[in-house]
Design a protein around this ligand. Structure first.
Ligand SMILES: Cc1cc2nc3c(=O)[nH]c(=O)nc-3n(C[C@H](O)[C@H](O)[C@H](O)COP(=O)(O)OP(=O)(O)OC[C@H]3O[C@@H](n4cnc5c(N)ncnc54)[C@H](O)[C@@H]3O)c2cc1C
Length: 322
């Protein structure tokens, strides 16, 4: 049986792992986080919850459609039929209608479902990937060694994948060429509805790119929970700021745009270092001779669906390689 190490338990790594396990491989997934999900995640604070990363996903690929049907029937995913708008200056247009899906009761539910029965080693940041005659070995930041594996799949954001691809220069260069922008997310609970007359807004100008009434998504508690994403430029300007101050700056910007806000019951900012890929599509990176590759949303357009498809594609390559 082929032994595969997967680094990264986001949607790409999890789908790759599931596909490989179904094909009979022995798979171990490593993640630096406390729980799987990556940027498809949910922040919980007491009884409050926020989808602070990925907001929703769309499905167009025929390989993902049957999975989507299964997730919907398991009630871990549902259609979000919120009132979505596009804001630019003083104008607000209804956003293009499309089917937008979310995890229920929160975004992390999908990651939990994908993780079922997988062997996942959490809180383990892999810092080195090396090959000897027996196969591939991984090293973690605490000096731990993991191995031996026949194949390695690196399923993490491109800039983080670069140092782990040192044995495969061509793949390393391809990953190096991908840029990923940072994003500050603001999470707020208001004491009553704020003066934002929508469930989700794509914002075309100013400091924000997205504002959402998290509570409008299916299965969420009936509380005024809101998530706001800042543009890459705003995020870079505030990057080293204190997170309490950043949350305050979010509120000031919201007040300037929409008018006075109700009291906040909770406010917090979260920093995503590698939030969104630049939209380039190098495709799945794979060295068939050495049995190592890299995947993630950045390979296929930079969204959840791209991550899922890339996971399936690399699993196919591992399976083909015997
Ligand atoms: C603010 C924000 C908003 C977004 N909005 C949307 C949206 O509305 N719709 C949409 O489709 N997509 C959205 N996305 C993008 C979406 O979240 C990603 O496309 C998707 O999560 C990518 O999955 P992935 O598996 O490629 O990577 P990730 O989800 O980033 O998973 C990678 C995993 O690798 C782990 N990791 C990293 N380095 C190491 C290491 N050295 N060792 C071990 N583990 C490591 C991380 O902990 C993480 O769990 C958004 C992302 C952000 C941040």
């Amino acid at each position: 049986m082929i032994r595969v190490a997967i680094i990264g338990a986001g949607p790409a790594g999890l789908v790759a792992a599931r596909t490989l396990v179904n094909a009979g491989a022995v798979v171990r997934v490593y993640d630096k986080g406390r729980r799987p999900g990556g940027r498809l995640n949910t922040r919980e604070h007491g009884s409050y919850q926020f989808d602070h990363g990925s907001q929703f996903f769309t499905v167009r690929d025929e390989r993902i459609s049957p999975m989507l049907e299964a997730w919907v029937s398991l009630k871990v995913v549902a259609l979000w039929e919120g009132r979505l708008v596009r804001l630019m200056g003083d104008t607000a247009e209804v956003a293009r209608p499309t089917k937008r899906y979310v995890g229920t009761p929160s975004m992390i539910s999908l990651a939990k479902e994908l993780s079922e029965e997988l062997e996942i080693i959490s809180l383990t940041r892999i810092t080195g990937v090396e090959r000897n005659k027996k196969g591939w070995h991984l090293h973690d930041e605490l000096g731990g060694h993991h191995g031996t594996f026949d194949r390695v799949v690196i399923a993490i954001p491109a800039p983080q994948a670069v140092p782990l691809l040192s044995e495969v220069t061509l793949l390393q260069r391809a990953a190096e060429a991908v840029e990923m922008a940072p994003c500050f997310a603001g999470m707020f609970v208001f004491s009553e509805p704020p003066p934002m007359d929508f469930d989700g807004a794509f914002v075309g100008d100013g400091p924000f790119t997205w504002i959402a009434r998290d509570a409008s998504k299916p299965g969420r508690p009936d509380v005024e929970t809101w998530v706001v994403h800042a543009s890459p430029e705003w995020t870079r300007r505030h990057w080293s700021g204190d997170r309490t101050d950043v949350a305050q700056s979010f509120l000031e910007e919201l007040t300037m745009r929409f008018g006075p806000l109700p009291n906040t019951l909770f406010e917090r900012a979260h920093r995503w270092g590698y939030a969104l890929a630049d939209g380039s599509t190098p495709g799945v990176l794979w060295d068939a001779k050495l049995g190592i590759g890299a995947v993630g949303d950045w390979c296929l357009g930079g969204r959840v669906e791209g991550a899922l498809v890339s996971g399936i594609q690399i699993a196919d390559k591992v399976i083909e390689s015997g």
